[in-house]
Design a protein around this ligand. Structure first.
Ligand code: GTP
Ligand code: MG
Length: 311
């Protein structure tokens, strides 16, 4: 077994941090590490917390951490930063907000960014979750700003997704348009100390009436992170969803589906690399591409046809 995986299993936090750096950099050593990680038994529930910038995700997670520690649960937090790996902005913010937890051996907090590649962020997050799970945490929380496709993809790798909304922010319309509503298992109305809570709740209920979700009906919970209110309700809601996933076997199905998509994605990338290599190393094809009259449909069809014959 890879020595890093062994150290992780022995709950060496520095090894865990190093492993996540390998994942983040998409280092070659990652493949060996991950194949060992797969053989380690895992048990954690994977929870995503998403929402608009400034909705209070980090503040909420900070309070939830305290709550979970009071129940003697160990927790890993992965804050996914889709922006430049050099900005470090959210890392600093999260560090100050979650500072009090840094010395607690039952808590691991890590910001993560990647340098792109197709679906890179979601895959890196999934692998980071896996190593945290192999370490033995009870709960793994993933924070990401819910604004674009890559963040949406990140939320598809967890078991339960909490969508953080704030009253009177116009969030709902934006989020609705971006197709983020559908991924929510829980709607968390944070900043419930501000006016507009009743209206936001009514809007969400209306949304559910129209959307008519089959099976699980997303719960609505109210929280005030700044006053540490609503954490027990939030955790109960998450547990309820966890219970539902288990009882209905939806959890297994969800993870199987995630795995399937992950395999497709990896195959797609392999094929893509292969295709690019073939084209770039073929003078004749490169020549054809220089013809301004070239028909891209025909070229794609012809080339793909010859390769299909190859295999
Ligand atoms: N009034 C009020 N303010 C809150 C509440 N929760 C968080 N805030 C404030 O909202 C601001 C943003 O909080 P963060 O926790 O950084 O929000 P975030 O969603 O993690 O932000 P990004 O990571 O930048 O997207 C901070 O100034 C918090 O103090 C709340 O329940 N009520
Ligand atoms: Mg944050």
């Amino acid at each position: 077994m890879h020595s890093l995986a062994e150290q992780i299993q022995k709950q060496d936090m520095r090894a865990l941090a190093r492993a996540i750096t390998l994942i983040e950099n998409d280092d070659q050593a990652k493949l060996e590490l991950m194949s060992d990680i797969f053989s380690i038994q895992k048990k954690a529930h994977h929870i995503g917390i998403t929402g608009s910038p400034g909705a209070g995700k980090s503040s909420l997670i900070n309070r939830l951490l305290t709550h979970l520690r009071s129940k003697e649960l160990t927790v890993a937090v992965i804050a996914v930063d889709p922006t430049s790996p050099f900005s470090g902005g959210s890392l600093l913010g999260d560090r100050t907000r979650m500072n009090q937890h840094f010395l607690d051996p039952g808590i691991f907090i890590r910001s993560m960014a990647t340098r792109g590649s197709l679906g890179g962020l979601a895959r890196a997050t999934k692998d980071a979750i896996r190593v945290c799970d192999a370490y033995g945490f009870d709960v793994i929380l993933v924070e990401t700003v819910g604004v674009g496709q890559s963040e949406l993809d990140v939320m598809k790798v967890v078991d339960t997704t909490g969508l953080v909304l704030t009253p009177n922010s116009g969030d709902v319309l934006q989020i609705f348009k971006a197709g983020i509503m559908e991924i929510a298992d829980l709607f968390v109305i944070n900043k419930a100390d501000l006016p507009g809570v009743v209206r936001l709740k009514a809007t969400l209920e209306e949304y559910m009436m129209i959307a008519q979700p089959k099976g699980w009906h997303p719960l609505i919970v109210k929280t005030i992170s700044t006053e540490n209110k609503g954490m027990e309700e939030l955790w109960k809601g998450i547990e309820q969803h966890q219970h539902y996933l288990y009882e209905t076997k939806q959890g297994e199905q969800r993870r199987a589906k995630q795995l399937e998509l992950e395999v497709y994605e990896l195959i797609r990338e392999e094929i893509w690399r292969d295709v690019e290599n073939r084209i770039h190393s073929d003078q004749n094809k490169m020549e054809q591409l220089r013809d301004p009259e070239a028909d891209p449909y025909q070229l794609a069809k012809d080339w793909y046809g010859t390769w299909k014959g190859d295999s």
